[in-house]
Design a protein around this ligand. Structure first.
Ligand code: F6R
Length: 261
């Protein structure tokens, strides 16, 4: 796993948007896996700026959703489908046809989960999956003790995650759904490149457990240690509990320029 310590969230966004740009130049119809929440916003802003500047053509890019609330209609402003339409598709000028995601409003939730895993495979798999991390180490909505082999399925959110996400629902935890569909950890590990972005001191313990702790289901993000191409991009605050921070700084500073992340 490569750990890149950046000065701030904007620098992390720029670095990851640059990796996405390089990927899209090599593979114009790349399937980009995207996350929601606050952390990825600098990535989406930096990528949209590159598109506006004509630095990359995203007209054939495809976007895949990581997770979705169960029970919110697709048109609900806080369904992740709506959020990603506002934060990713519209700024990049992509049509709805470029987007794939699980159906959180399906009456057969299990069937919707299986259909989404199948659709991802049929689409050729995710080329680059952007991940955030929960304060409890979750990726997607694979909460602690999720199977490291799990596939897309329904999960129950922890109270902590519902508290964390209440800010998107007028601060009212009662409005935050209890259930989600999430790509499983096994599903996520099938993406060709995993890029986890973590910013802020609140993520420092989870980042240390992910990078320097054992591979253990109690910290779902530690599964990134099993992936042959996983990059963890952290700002100084999120890196503050890393014992090997100086080593990570040294290796990144001395990396060949052509290599990218
Ligand atoms: C949401 C997702 C979650 C978030 C995590 C961090 O699609 O995948 O794992 O990445 O809850 O959320 P923020 O970035 O809001 O701190």
């Amino acid at each position: 796993m490569e750990v890149v310590i950046v000065p701030d969230a904007a620098a992390g966004g720029e670095l990851i948007a640059e990796a996405m740009t390089a990927l899209l130049r090599r593979k114009p119809d790349a399937l980009l896996g995207v996350a929601t929440g606050s952390t990825p916003l600098p990535v989406y802003e930096a990528l949209a700026a590159k598109v506006s500047a004509g630095a990359v053509d995203v007209s054939r890019a495809r976007i895949a959703q990581l997770d979705e609330y169960v029970g919110l209609p697709a048109e609900h402003p806080e369904s992740y489908r709506s959020v990603l339409r506002r934060q990713v598709l519209e700024p990049l000028g992509l049509a709805a046809g470029a987007f794939m995601g699980p159906d959180g409003a399906a009456s057969d939730v299990q069937g919707a989960c299986e259909a989404y895993d199948k659709a991802l495979a049929e689409a050729g798999g995710v080329d680059l999956q952007l991940l955030g991390i929960g304060t409890d180490g979750h990726i997607g909505f694979n909460e602690p003790c999720s199977s490291l082999a799990s596939r897309t399925r329904i999960k129950t959110l922890t109270e902590q995650t519902r508290v964390d996400n209440a800010r998107f629902f007028d601060g009212d935890i009662k409005q935050v759904p209890h259930h989600v569909i999430t790509q499983g950890i096994g599903t996520i590990l099938q993406a060709r490149h995993l890029v986890l972005l973590a910013t802020g001191e609140g993520k420092a313990d989870a980042v240390a457990a992910t990078v320097e702790g054992p591979v253990a289901a109690v910290c779902p993000a530690s599964a990134l240690q099993l992936h042959p191409h996983a990059t963890v991009v952290v700002d100084e605050a999120a890196a503050s509990e890393l014992k090997l921070a100086d080593y990570f700084r040294h290796t990144y500073a001395n990396k060949p320029d052509w290599q990218g992340i």
